[in-house]
Design a protein around this ligand. Sequence first.
Ligand code: TXA
Ligand code: MG
Length: 329
Amino acid sequence: MPQDTAKNATLVLDASASDLTRAAQLLRQGKLVSFPTETVYGLGGDARRGDAVAAIYTAKGRPSFNPLIAHVSSVEAAKRYVIWNAWAETLAQAFWPGPLTLVLPLAPDHGISELVTAGLDTLALRVPAHPTAQKLLAELDVPVAAPSANSSGRISPTTADHVMAGLAGRIAAVVADGACSVGLESTIVGLAGDAPMLLRPGGLAAEQIEAVLGQPLASRDIHDPLTAPGQLLSHYAPQERVRLDATSPRAGECYLGFGPYSGARACDLSLSDTGDLAQAAANLFGHLHRLDAQGLPIAVAPIPETGLGIAINDRLRRAAAPRDTPAET
Ligand code: TXA
Ligand code: MG
């Protein structure tokens, strides 16, 4: 049952059929609903409605030049909005539903709000694997624009509590359904150019994508606004300073370890006791939220630059970037 205690309060829904129907109704009315995916919680709005998409930008306080990912329930649904190609077919067959976003040329009569694409002639699409996201998207049968459900520049949410801490009172509802299993945003691959291009490392390791494609992914030019819209440096930032590649904490620092580290204090955490990168990815944002709540600077252990470690290090470098760099997402 929805819990709604005050006027304008954000409804906390669960994953029951009746609550998902309520969430779908709200989205159809152009309201904003946060929902779980296997990567992070998304902040959803109807991707065809300019008013709903504008409200996403407002709720997040996000710079409006940054395009959003449209979420759909199936490959068939995705094909309504973009010009499909052989790479897309190969990757969708291998990895959808899952933590992979594909960027493709917009189809004629796509009906997607240009606030979603930020005026580009391409669209980022994803079919999430989380069963609750699947049910919601299948019931709705409309594309849902959904960035991560955090205020712009802050740590991404992997639980409904994280969403509520940042956005309560600013969105209509959150569908609360546990912690996200992958814990990192989707890997984004651009398929609108001459060769498949890695636009953002994420929850699916680039090596796996390259193995299926049978060719290496081109890498984006971070100075080119067309290949890397919205990839500004400072991002996922805790309140206090973050120090990377730290083999141990200094006095007054919390420590985020990797491997069998167990300090004595509440603010000593390990991303994975066994040094497992998938477990570290799943724990990353949750642990950063916990350490952030201590109000102390955070020192982070070195993480191997391989597999999911590439995306983990990408997020950590953004968390540690100087704060005078414009924040985003
Ligand atoms: O896992 C995820 O991807 C999560 C969950 C909620 O699905 N969503 C997410 O969305 O991370 P967001 O808005 O935080 O990141 C979207 C990124 C943008 O920063 C932008 O770089 C890229 O997707 N993007 C979107 N449309 C694009 C386009 N047409 N061309 C290139 N990049 C695009
Ligand atoms: Mg984000």
